[in-house]
Design a protein. Structure first.
Length: 229
């Protein structure tokens, strides 16, 4: 992507805006080293500053993904635990007699089938399993073994699920903020590199200035298509 500091200003081919931040850092380090070889220490220092910011913000974004994945794993694990509790309760109720699955309390608790609970969407997970708690309480006596076994497990499962959902929301917010910081630092990097290019043109001319920047694949391909002679 070619950025212009102002209309009519000289431009240089910089890495595409959608490349990995690591490629931006590699490009910046190359430019910085070329500048230092020519004793252009102020320009090199400025390039180092913006390149380091991209590197640090890129790494921070990578680090921000870890809490997201951990929270996702916790949430999905809590989901699976709740599904197993529902399946166990259904199996025990259905196994009480040959006709149990066709009679109350089974038909009152699992009226829509087990999938009503186990296939609930993320948004429906808590409401559905809260509903299962209510049905078990309403249609089974307090002394019933299925109720006594399932209710505390569902309560624990819902607590774990809600905690994971909260952690996931916070982790995603942090990841979004890290992404925004990286985007801003890359924009600042591009502006700084364009200004560096302009300063080099004033001192070395266009051809001389371009020698400080790594050649992109697109530029190489374009030259390769030009006829010889």
């Amino acid at each position: 992507m070619i950025l212009h500091e102002r209309i009519g200003a000289p431009t240089v081919q910089l890495p595409s805006a959608n490349v990995s931040y690591t490629l931006v850092v590699r490009y910046g380090r190359y430019v910085s080293r070329r500048l230092r070889r020519e004793k252009l220490t102020e320009l090199a220092a400025a390039c180092d500053t913006v390149t380091t910011q991209v590197r640090d913000h890129g790494r921070a974004l990578e680090d921000a993904d870890a809490p997201v994945q951990e929270a996702l794993a916790d949430r999905d694990g809590a989901d699976d635990d709740l599904d197993d509790i529902a399946k166990t309760a259904r199996h025990k109720l259905a196994g009480r007699s040959l006709e149990a699955a066709k009679q109350a309390p089974y038909t009152l608790i699992f009226a829509e089938g087990i999938g009503y609970f186990t296939e609930a969407s993320t948004g429906d997970e808590v409401p559905r399993y809260t509903e299962l708690e209510s049905r078990l309480t309403a249609h089974l006596p307090a002394s019933d073994a299925v109720r006594r076994d399932a209710l505390p497990k569902i309560a624990d499962g819902l607590t774990a699920y809600r905690a994971a959902e909260g952690a996931l929301s916070r982790a995603k917010s942090a990841e979004n903020a890290a992404s925004a910081r990286l985007e801003a630092s890359e924009a600042a990097w591009r502006t700084a590199l364009e200004r560096t290019y302009g300063a080099l043109i004033q001192q070395f001319g266009k051809a001389g200035a371009e020698r400080f920047f790594p050649k992109t694949r697109a530029a190489k391909a374009k030259r390769a298509k030009q006829p010889v002679g």
